[in-house]
Design a protein around this ligand. Structure first.
Ligand code: IPM
Ligand code: MG
Length: 357
């Protein structure tokens, strides 16, 4: 089969890790007889430097015309002082929104080989854990009304969290369907003891739950969830939550797997076109040094094959290759933590995955 993949390399370590994933995709294509065409577009700080804008129209059009999008990361200190509307991060929100990607799937599982890299105590890690965070991606406080005004104490800034029943229902449905395909456990996370938008969230998810009697369902406040994730992660299977809570909890979930450099994500909408990206950022401190862990991006490419192209055998093949490399003891610097050993560079780790394919 033939697919067109838009590449948004972005900033910092973005270009290095995207190139790693492209190498893995190319080898997979050759092995299974597919053709992947890669078409690069500008996004983030590098787009600002070349065009003055973080998200050029050409990038939006190119992504809309593609079968799927592979993204590295955006942002860096060079662009940190720009006003909100012109920041690289605005481009990421813009492209998510332009492509209608309201679902963000962020799987967090502990690889047996990486148990030692998890900061959790052995008795807490137990048999490991495997959870799927379903994050709402195009609503809530990220996209709500915002601005500056005169308040009680003078100038103030505000952002607004707003969710409609329609938005909650469509993400809730994805989460329940995901739970049906996994262990049928589903936790919805909110702050319904304080926020009105969370009360509507909870009420809407409750009525949806009636349509899925086979799914064991509970709600949890976000502060408690943040604690439970490090106290007893096994209790979770599918988690559904708002844009901002999902952003925060997915970083936490990634760290307990050993490294944020391992977590992939898929952003999906109503069509099969998705955008695939590691959940970590552009890591400006190690950019251009060939130190980044490419695995999160490689696993994101595997998710693209599975969710957007229906190539699950090919996706399995990439995931198994990553398993093998980790089992064999190969580690990038982030995975070594304080442990003994010489870390692999980004290109060396990529080579190992290519050999294992
Ligand atoms: C993520 C990132 C982004 C987000 C930033 C870079 C805008 O943290 O994908 O988790 O907050 O969604
Ligand atoms: Mg984040």
């Amino acid at each position: 089969m033939e697919f067109n993949i838009a590449l948004l390399r972005g900033d910092g370590i973005g270009p290095e890790i995207v190139d790693s994933a492209v190498a893995v995709l190319e080898k997979t294509a050759a092995r299974f007889g597919h053709t992947f065409n890669f078409i690069p577009y500008l996004i983030g700080g590098s787009a600002i430097d070349k065009t003055g804008m973080p998200l050029p129209q050409e990038t939006i059009d190119g992504c809309l015309a593609s079968d799927s999008v592979l993204l590295g990361a955006v942002g860096g200190p060079k662009w940190d002082d720009l006003p909100g509307e012109k920041r690289p991060e605005k481009a990421l929100l813009g492209i998510r929104s332009a492509l209608g990607l309201f679902t963000n799937l962020r799987p967090a599982k502990l690889y047996p080989a990486l148990r030692g890299a998890s900061p959790l105590r052995e008795d807490i890690v137990g048999d490991g854990f495997d959870l799927m965070i379903v994050r709402e991606l195009t609503g809530g406080i990220y996209f709500g009304d915002r601005g500056y005004r005169q308040g009680k104490y003078g100038e103030e800034a505000y952002d607004t969290e707003a969710y409609s029943v329609t938005e909650i229902e469509r993400i809730g449905r994805v989460a329940f369907e995901t739970a049906m395909k996994r262990s049928r456990r589903h936790t919805s996370i909110d702050k319904a003891n304080v926020l009105e938008s969370s009360r509507l969230w909870r009420k809407t998810i409750h009525s949806l739950a009636e349509e899925y009697p086979g799914v064991e369902y509970n709600d949890m406040f976000v502060d408690n969830a943040a604690m439970q994730l490090v106290r007893n992660p096994q209790q979770f299977d599918v988690i559904v939550t708002s844009n901002m809570f999902g952003d925060i909890l997915s970083d936490e979930a990634s760290q307990i797997t050993g490294s944020i450099g391992m977590l992939a994500s898929a952003s999906l909408g109503a069509s099969t076109r998705g955008m695939y990206e590691p959940i970590h950022g552009s890591a400006p401190d190690i950019a251009g040094q060939n130190k980044a862990n490419p695995i999160a991006t490689i696993l994101s490419a595997a998710m693209m094959l599975r969710y957007s192209f229906g190539l699950s055998e090919e996706a399995d093949c990439i995931e198994n290759a990553v398993d093998k490399v980790l089992e064999a003891g190969y580690r990038t610097a982030d995975l070594l933590g304080g442990a003994e050993g010489t870390p692999l560079t980004c290109t060396e780790m990529t080579e190992k995955v290519l050999e294992a394919l």
